[in-house]
Design a protein around this ligand. Sequence first.
Ligand code: 3H9
Length: 698
Amino acid sequence: MTDAIGYERIGDIAVLKAQNPPVNALGYDVRVGLMEGIARAEDEGAKAVLIYGEGNTYFAGADIREFGQPPKSPGLPEVCDRIEASPLLVVSSMHGTALGGGLEVALSTHYRIAVPTARVGLPEVLLGILPGAGGTQRLPRVAGVEAALDLITTGRHIRADEALKLGIIDRIEDGAPREIGLAYTKELLDQNAPRRPVSEMEAPEPVDFDAVHDSVLKKGRGQISPATAVRAVQAATELPFAEGMKRERELFMELMNTDQRQGLIHAFFSERAVSKLPELKGVEPRRLAAIGVIGGGTMGAGIATAALLSGLTVTLLEMSPEAAEAAKGRIKGNLQGALKRGKIDQANFETLTEKSLTLATDYDALKDADLVIEAVFEEMDVKKKVFTQLDAVCKPGAVLATNTSYLDVNEIAAMTKRPQDVIGLHFFSPAHVMKLLEVVVADETAPDVVATGFALGKRLGKISVRAGVCDGFIGNRILSTYRTAADHMILDGASPYQIDKALEDFGFAMGPFAVADLAGLDIGWAVRKRKRAEGLDPRARDSAYADKLCEDGHFGQKTGKGYYDYAAGPRSRVPNPDVMPLIEAERAEQGITPREFTDEEIVRRYMAAMVNESAKVVGEGIARRPLDVDMTLLFGYGFPRYRGGPLKWADLEGLPGLLDDIRSWAKEDPYFWEPAPLLEKLVAEGRTFDDLNKEAAA
Ligand code: 3H9
């Protein structure tokens, strides 16, 4: 037998224990072990088999690392069929997370018991595939089509009590999985309980599958796995079990061969790899219990909310008692949202707002803080004053963080006598909701301060990405470039509405102009003014139509008008009729004859600009690895997860073709379309961005 499955005999019961840490994934050795274990139990005359997992969990699914490799027999469907067909009584005892192939194994056993904290689910669609070991055929037979469609198309995990109600598990019992499993199996044997193969159950009742398919497809914004899974469940209602299994396999293989599967699996591993930095190996973060937040506007209040929810105590500093009270009001509003969603209860709410949060107007109140984050006005002089004061009052070893989104963290750190303690922690608004945190490492930032930034991110439930110092760090620097590509297309003939639509069809949650309206057009305006004041390169194309919107007081959603008109509410946008005349006037002024753009060209130029700047960001070491850029765009900028991120997309699209396009556009505008040296190097060497990720992991 392989080591991945332990075998033990307790009376009439053969016990198979999965021992494949960390999550008992159903890799080749585990599958072989299960086949051998069942056969041995039968050969040795056992009456029943109990399957459970050692460590944190029952099987958490197929081994995702095997996807895309040549298949190795026995496959999981075969293993499940073998378990179900055994003449012995087979029982699963579940704890942790029985997910994907894990739940499929459980559904092929005849009875299922679980501890109260166990969770089950079929999250395959989130990886771009569908349950491929009978989940789409067995779950509807056990729980009905409606529940199966819900679980399979959303991929959500459910708790044991909900699974019990749905018939997915038969009993909940507190205790060690082995012990409760043995007691339950004994009880079943004593009762002469019959084997209960799900495949022999009646086919479930159909529903209007076309309607479900279409609605799921629309919700997925171009993601195909949930809609394809609907067709597999449909097969369970229309075909005999074995035929249904064949249909499931065909659809599974179709999805397995898609770019979307590659994009989603890249996202799965990258979101875990992103915070693993070789430089932090063995580096202990500093103490984190009490933090200070300076500035209680939307951003500061959001950061304070996130910190309070994670159990930190927060001192919030504002300029006046009135401003501090207003900030508290914002924090309370945010926490009320958490209360409504059941994340906290009323007692927690009171503690967080009345005990864990302290308001202050004097810097002295920050003298005991372990870490202070400033979220004041985005202007260098204002930030410098804040850091001078922090340097004067904070205790030695306190981490001093700026939430700047563009400014030079080295310059800010230089205001203190302890630049080693200074770091950028760039949150995204609303900070208690958005998952991304850029941890901006300045020249002198100490490794344990970086580790503390990552520790804070983890505690707040964020995806933290290491970024170096440059204008806009990783995300806003790349954003500024692809936004510029969009602005150029507007000058040359496209409309903001065509661009938004093309990019939303590509999968972005919102197009760039709708995003600008949401964020506030005044933000981009301030950045443009700053860059012009610093001096634009004479070769750069500039335009003023967006400034004119701002000059007229149109800042987007918050003023009711921007690129769109929001008179009927933030969700029902219509083009603002003032915008196209401004654009047309600008084209005339610049002597541009507008031309047509296809949606395809819009996407190609926008994405090429994003990829080219991303390659510069990686090439310059601002991002350590391509996957750091991918995760930044995914978690902070609405990039469609199923495309994996801009550099994964670029790999799948083909780097040579992208570089050819960039070179051809560089003939019209050599300044903007200057190819990234890293992109040229990769193409010359026939390598991909993912090769760089792999090298960094090795
Ligand atoms: C499937 O089952 C297909 C079948 O229907 C059909 C087949 C024919 N494989 O997340 P964590 C690694 S599709 C390989 O940090 P947590 C993970 O990368 C599968 N590796 O821990 C990490 O490695 P590292 C359906 C896996 O406690 C380590 O384990 N199943 C797998 O926060 C710890 O993971 C799923 O989609 C895997 N399946 O969360 C479940 N899972 O230490 C996916 C994890 O090197 N997994 N790893 O970074 C999860 O949702 C979470 O990992 C879980 C634990 C909730 C289990």
